[in-house]
Write a protein that binds this ligand. Structure first.
Ligand code: PLP
Length: 384
């Protein structure tokens, strides 16, 4: 089976991880701070806080910006469930904003309409909005940032798909129009630490708070303590946090992988360009790349012209050894969210998209021979 995504682990990665394993610290050492700084530098942010997953980073980011019971978080229904669950972890409610059918990202006009409507009818405005850069294609951050100022919400970018992407000439993660940006380093993502996430921000207070929350809410900084330290051993727990720390082994892998980010982006672009040409004449809609922004091309999603053949085409591709996948089942249609009151028809663009979408294999080591096999299988499955 040709998978839809796969990590690329080199000899240098192995050496880096073994070195970390033989060092004095397996966790809470130098490598984790080096990795978080390297990610921050690469994406143009001042601070980075590494965690054991992007899910943890989203949770901690929500706590850090003050999300809590009685609040509501809005995100895109076309995402992984973690983009919404982070609100529930905080005791907040979650609501969604439908997608733009072309970019597949949260629609800015739908967001604006929903905000206006909430203000006019006296319904709760969101405390936090989580735009998701679906497939690595940046959301309209300038417009979202302007709405954030008008309506007083905080913005946490879910950039799990988007390390290396650029919005209006700046890297995603520069946080020009947001408070915090979160990256995932799960093995299917662009760069991996096996499990891992990094939250970046330009706000030193948010960075310090997130660093504290990932480690039990404990501080060793005397200026944050209620009294002068009892001694050199002293620390204080000043709020409730979690153990969301990244290990040194993961950071070593991440540092090594990050050096190949440009190579990965180039490979993804080459593969996407090749798909664009080879699939152009089929009964499919190909992904749209906006000329002004640079997508990190985490996913290559095609939409079938005929939704009635969706399941059949998907099954045929799997039977032909093509590990196609579907990103994403609309979050609001998950049983957990239906129980919270969402129903079919709530976000029609996300649902319509779901009825046609198929993610084709897309990862740096995909060979031309493998890609040709994918194209041939798609041609057969779609034409029949
Ligand atoms: C992968 C992913 C996450 C979760 O990342 P983890 O590191 O696995 O916790 C969150 N949001 C999106 C959009 C993702 O693709």
């Amino acid at each position: 089976m040709i998978p839809y995504g796969r990590q690329d682990v080199t000899e240098e990665d192995l050496i880096a991880v073994v070195e970390a394993l033989q060092s004095d610290f397996l966790t809470q050492g130098e490598l984790t701070s080096r990795f978080e700084q390297a990610v921050a530098k690469r994406v143009g942010a001042l601070h980075g806080v590494a965690m054991n997953s992007a899910t943890s980073a989203l949770h901690v980011a929500c706590v850090a910006v003050g999300l809590g019971p009685g609040d509501v978080l809005w995100t895109s229904p076309n995402s992984f469930v973690a983009s919404a669950n982070c609100g529930i972890y905080c005791g907040a409610d979650v609501d969604f904003v439908d997608i733009d059918p072309v970019t597949l990202n949260m629609s800015v006009s739908a967001l604006e309409r929903k905000l206006k409507d909430a203000r006019e009818t006296g319904r709760r405005l969101p405390r936090v909005v989580v735009p998701v850069h679906f497939s690595g294609q940046p959301c309209d951050m300038r417009e979202i940032g302007e709405l954030a100022r008008d309506y007083g919400f905080r913005v946490i970018e879910d950039a799990s798909h988007a390390i290396g992407a650029a919005y209006a000439g700046k890297p995603v993660g520069a946080c020009e129009h947001s408070d915090i940006t979160v990256f995932s380093f799960h093995p299917v993502k662009i760069v991996t630490t096996a499990e891992g996430g990094v939250a970046v921000t330009n706000d030193p207070d948010l960075a310090a708070r997130m660093a504290r929350l990932r480690s039990h809410g404990i501080t060793r900084d005397p200026t944050e303590m209620t009294h002068v330290p009892d001694g050199a051993w002293y620390y204080q727990q000043i709020e409730l946090g979690w153990n969301y720390r990244m290990t040194e082994l993961q950071a070593a892998l991440g540092l090594s992988q990050l050096r190949r980010l440009d190579h990965y982006l180039t490979r993804r672009r080459e593969i996407a360009n090749r798909y664009d040409l080879a699939l152009a004449d089929m009964r499919l809609t190909l992904p749209v790349r906006e000329p002004t922004n640079r997508s990190a091309l985490h996913l290559y999603v095609v939409k079938l012209d005929d939704p009635l053949r969706h399941g059949e085409v998907f099954n045929r591709l799997r039977a032909d050894g093509i590990g196609v996948n579907l990103h994403y089942i609309p979050i609001h249609l998950q049983p957990f969210y239906r129980k919270r009151g969402f129903v079919e028809g709530d976000f029609p663009n996300a649902e319509e998209y779901y009825s046609r979408a198929i993610s084709l294999p897309m990862f740096p080591a995909l060979t031309k021979v493998q890609q040709d096999k994918v194209v041939t299988a798609v041609r057969r499955a779609v034409a029949d």
